[in-house]
Design a protein around this ligand. Structure first.
Ligand SMILES: Cc1cc2nc3c(=O)[nH]c(=O)nc-3n(C[C@H](O)[C@H](O)[C@H](O)COP(=O)(O)O)c2cc1C
Length: 349
């Protein structure tokens, strides 16, 4: 039968095989069915969500955040008890015990270590590679992507400013155009603002090997986030997920994208007040900067675990507009894959 009159299920099977070819490199690198990574999210990406993502054919990643080596070890062992599939661990490069955390991952045979929060130091890169794990790093620009590949990164994530959490200044559509055509040595995963399978497909066709999503998984049934946190995601539109605002260039604020709430409004007042105290000579520049930085201390935990979505930090990507309900992880992944397959099949039709 000629392909243009093939029955729909034959078309879907062919489209599914096409998708598998498009993200074959990502699947082989991660060792999973679908090249969809669950972006590590502090307080959210623990054993339940990570295992659920890996068990559903994606690739879960534990967020180490500020955990020490003992807690991380417990989380890795706990995750291994819930899934036999591969998963990764995300470590923040400025963690004071980075070397010990890498040792814990290696000792427990974690196959993929994601180093986030800056260009990874040479010693950490060597420790990951000598330990036999694969190193995944974030590339915020083409020159840095090239440098990371030269220094040993086995895969890159390009995360656009649409993402939830700490963000860079450039959108994923621009980063993808800047980086994907030029980096062929290692697989590249795209992240930020992705909520549907058609978008994943578009980036695969531009040369990506897979995608990383955070926000959609944070609202999954298996996520331990407080029901109020998940409901805030269900209610929110893309435009509600905004970057933190810096009031004065002398006092830099690290941009973080999250839902606008009473906390984000209070942060502006807090900066204004701190600035006035600095100008009045009540605070030194260093103390004023620290006062601003400390404002959000513990705020993500307050939102995720305690459910204080008014005063806490409700980190979320613009993809939050595509969270329609609290769904099981397997359903989210099946939906994303189904959308990509349907888009491919529609063309064949
Ligand atoms: C609540 C939350 C916490 C996050 N925490 C981290 C983190 O600890 N480390 C990290 O590398 N990325 C973190 N991210 C970013 C995600 O790993 C992922 O790249 C991002 O969510 C992708 O964009 P999306 O949210 O639009 O899907 C966080 C994101 C969210 C929403």
């Amino acid at each position: 039968m000629p392909p243009d009159i093939a029955p729909p299920d034959t078309r879907l099977l062919a489209a599914s095989a096409d998708l598998d070819r498009l993200w074959a490199r990502g699947r082989a690198f991660l060792g999973c069915r679908h090249a969809i990574m669950g972006g590590a999210m502090s307080w959210v990406s623990e054993r339940h969500l990570v295992a659920a993502i890996s068990n559903a054919g994606g690739f879960g990643v534990i967020a180490c955040g500020s955990m020490g080596p003992d807690l991380l070890e417990r989380e890795i062992v706990g995750t291994q008890a819930m899934t036999a599939r591969p998963f990764g661990v995300n470590l923040i490069t400025m963690h004071p015990r980075l070397d010990d955390l890498i040792r814990v991952c290696i000792a427990h045979k974690v196959g993929h270590i994601v180093l986030a929060g800056g260009i990874p130091p040479g010693g950490a890169v060597r420790a990951v590679k000598d330990g036999g794990a694969r190193l995944v790093a974030f590339a915020p620009a083409l020159v840095l992507a090239r440098r990371l590949v030269r220094s040993g990164a086995d895969a890159l994530v390009i995360e656009g400013s649409e993402a939830g959490g700490h963000i860079g200044p450039v959108s994923v559509t621009v980063l993808a155009q800047e980086i994907l055509p030029h980096i062929r040595e290692v697989p590249v995963f795209v992240a930020g603002g992705i909520g549907r399978g058609e978008a994943i497909l578009a980036f695969l066709e531009m040369g990506a090997s897979g995608a990383q999503l955070g926000t959609r998984f944070a609202a999954a049934s298996e996520s331990i986030a407080h029901p109020a946190f998940k409901q805030a995601f269900v209610r929110a539109n893309a435009r509600d997920a905004v970057p933190s605002v810096q009031l004065d260039e002398r006092f830099p604020v690290i941009p973080v994208r999250g839902l606008a709430n009473a906390g984000t409004r209070r942060f502006l007042e807090h900066q204004a007040q701190t600035l006035r105290r600095f100008q009045a000579g009540e605070l030194t520049k260093e103390t004023a900067q620290l006062e601003i930085e400390h404002f959000w201390a513990g705020a993500l935990r307050r939102a995720v675990i305690d459910g204080d979505v008014e005063q806490g930090s409700v980190m979320a990507g613009q993809s939050v507009g595509m969270v329609g309900s609290v769904q099981p992880t397997g359903e989210i992944i099946a939906e994303l894959v189904g959308q990509a397959v349907a888009a491919l099949a529609a063309r064949a039709g």
